[in-house]
Design a protein around this ligand. Structure first.
Ligand SMILES: Nc1ncnc2c1ncn2[C@@H]1O[C@H](COP(=O)(O)OP(=O)(O)OP(=O)(O)O)[C@@H](O)[C@H]1O
Ligand SMILES: [Mg+2]
Length: 416
């Protein structure tokens, strides 16, 4: 209920409590000023007594709380008021002003529609009686006028009630619509709030995903440049430490310092987000060819590079990804495989490029790869992450004693 409705209800409350008194005052004033009382002092006394009784009745009923709920007490009040009003109207028709109060509150104080109608009809008898010239009704003409006025009064009351009922129904419908609208608004507001929360959550997730992605990228760069280089250097230095021959030692020291230089160069390039040095002047097939040949020389394993399909000038990111994957697969082969032969194949097949690195070494169980530790185990994951970053995939096929095949498959994106 809004403020305007509350105000209206308060006003109606006051009207039903004090309205009959006001109407009684109007009737009394008109009766006194027109001095139309017949019957002399006795009539004046009767009128005074009745007015006093009406005031007392109003005070008895009026200021009570809950007086506007239909009840037995309401019937008593209505009937007593009717009787006083009837007597007053009999004495002077101007008291019909007071009698009219019965039209306004029948439905407020009398329980049951039939009884309410009866009350209103009884009121209309007094009103029509005074309209037809006052009671008692005398002669056929006055009776006819009275009957006509009674019918007219009741017809008007009927129309008035209809209109009031329709209006009431309309306000009920309006109230239902408003409630419905309020519910919809609340639901909408809730949806908006949820949306805002979801948006905030998505932002946090996107930021976290970005941070995690960058961490993976940096880890892969460090692994494929510095860590791989250092692993190679350690291997060379171990040979130096174990050989008595100064010539062999010099040769391996030279390789170690070459590796250090290369890794430093690669690390610097990756800081500046540049392509691997092997791709600076060559395309991917040439770079792979050279890398495989150099790896073979260094490890003494018989190795071979094969190109199938028609080579295309690849996007720098695709070339760098495949080269890094090949370098890690070669590094794994030299560290873990103890292979006699190794083959690298680059195939251009329609809108895909595949890179296969196969060795005939001791193999391993890809499902049982030990969990990553601080000491290593990043290579396979790193290769897979690199392939996935450019919408490709990586598969590792291996079995103990059966060699290993690493295969990367990426979409063919041409150099712009
Ligand atoms: N060609 C291969 N032959 C035999 N075993 C291999 C081969 N490639 C990988 N493995 C096995 O898979 C394991 C995981 O390889 P991965 O490259 O992920 O880690 P890592 O080489 O041990 O360490 P790093 O993080 O330095 O690469 C290796 O430890 C090794 O046991
Ligand atoms: Mg590795």
């Amino acid at each position: 209920m809004n403020a305007a409705d509350r105000q209206l209800e308060r006003w109606q409350d006051q009207f039903h409590t004090w309205g009959p008194c006001g109407l009684l005052a109007v009737g009394t004033l008109l009766a006194v000023t027109t001095s139309d009382l017949t019957g002399g002092t006795a009539a004046w006394c009767a009128t005074g007594a009745l007015v006093a009784a009406a005031v007392v009745l109003q005070l008895w009923h009026g200021p009570r709380r809950g007086r506007r709920t239909p009840s037995r007490r309401g019937i008593v009040y209505y009937a007593l008021r009717w009787a006083i009003a009837f007597a007053l109207t009999w004495l002077n028709p101007f008291f019909a002003f007071y009698a009219v109060a019965g039209y306004f509150d029948a439905d407020e104080v009398i329980p049951g529609t039939r009884q309410q109608r009866l009350g209103v009809f009884a009121t209309s008898v007094m009103v029509a009686g005074s309209q037809s010239g006052g009671m008692p009704i005398r002669g056929a003409t006055q009776w006819a006028v009275f009957a006509g006025l009674l019918a007219a009064n009741n017809a008007l009351l009927l129309v008035g009630t209809r209109i009031a009922l329709q209006e009431e129904q309309r306000s009920r419908d309006r109230a239902v619509t408003i409630t419905e609208l309020e519910r919809t608004n609340t639901a909408l507001q809730q949806a908006l709030d949820e949306n805002a929360a979801l948006h905030a959550q998505l932002l946090v997730q996107a930021r976290e995903a970005g941070v995690a992605d960058e961490r993976r990228r940096l880890a892969a760069e460090i692994h494929d440049t510095i860590a791989q280089g250092l692993t190679g250097i350690i291997t060379q230095l171990q040979v130096v430490a174990n050989t008595p021959d100064p010539g062999t030692a010099r040769e391996h020291l030279g390789r170690a310092s070459d590796l250090a230089r290369q890794s430093l160069g690669e690390a610097r390039r990756s800081v500046h987000n540049l392509a691997p040095v092997a791709l600076e002047h060559d395309g991917l097939p040439e770079a792979l060819d050279k890398t495989v040949a150099e790896w073979g020389r260094r490890t003494g394993v018989r190795s071979e590079f094969t190109l199938t399909g028609t080579a295309e000038h690849l996007h720098a990111e695709v070339s760098a990804t495949l080269l890094r994957i090949a370098q890690e697969a070669l590094s794994n082969a030299s560290r873990h495989a103890r292979a006699a032969r190794l083959g690298v194949t680059l195939s251009f097949m329609g809108d895909e490029v595949t890179l296969d690195v196969r060795d005939d070494g001791r193999g391993f169980d890809p499902v049982a790869v030990p969990a990553r530790t601080g000491g290593g185990g990043f290579g396979l994951d790193g290769m897979r992450a690199r392939a996935q970053r450019i919408a490709g995939s990586l598969t590792v096929e291996s079995e103990p004693g059966q060699g290993t095949a690493v295969s990367a498959r990426v979409p063919l994106v041409r150099h712009e």
